[in-house]
Write a protein that binds this ligand. Sequence first.
Ligand code: GDP
Ligand code: MG
Length: 166
Amino acid sequence: KSGFVAIIGRPNVGKSTFLNRVIGQKIAIMSDKPQTTRNKIQGVYTTDDTQIIFIDTPGIHKPKHKLGDFMVKVAQSALQEVDLILFMVDAVEGLGRGDEFIMERLKQVDTPVFLVINKIDEVHPDDLLPLIDQYRSRHSFAEVVPISALQGNNVETLLEQIKKYL
Ligand code: GDP
Ligand code: MG
C-alpha cells in the first residue's frame, strides 16, 4: 500500500516531533521554512508492504497578510488531493482559535481526516474525553487517535490506522 498523508495543525502541536519519530531522521525540522511552497514532502515511511508519503501544507494556518489568503486556497486544493489528513492538536493547550481556523478550512475538503490528539503524556486521562467531544462537535473525523509523539505512545496504532486509508 502507498499513499499521501498531509499533517496539519497549528505551530507547536508536535508535527515535527511526530515525523521525526516515525521517519527517524531530522527531515521534518530541516524543512520548517517560511510558507512558500504548495506542499513539501516531509518524509517517507517505508516498510515491506507500506509506503506513506507525509507532506506538509503550510498555507493552511491563519494568514498573517494578504498573500496568506491565496496560500490558504492553494493549501486547500492540496488537501483535496491527498489520501488522508492528520489534524494534530495539543491535548495540553486544548481547542483554540488556530484549531477553529483549520477546521473551518477542512469543511471544504472531502478527504478523510484523523483527529490526532498529541501530548497525552501531559494530561490526565479523564480530561481526554471532554476534549475529544469538543473537537467532534465541530467536525466529523474518520478516526480519533490520542498519541504522545515525544514518548511514542500509540504511534504504532496510528500508523496501522493510517494504512487502512491508503
Ligand atoms: P510543530 O511546530 O507542530 O512541528 O511542533 P514541534 O514538533 O516542534 O513540537 C513543539 C514542542 O512540543 C517541542 O518542545 C516538543 O518537544 C513538544 N512536544 C511534541 N510532542 C510532544 C508530546 O507528545 N509530549 C510532550 N510533552 N511534548 C511534546
Ligand atoms: Mg514543525
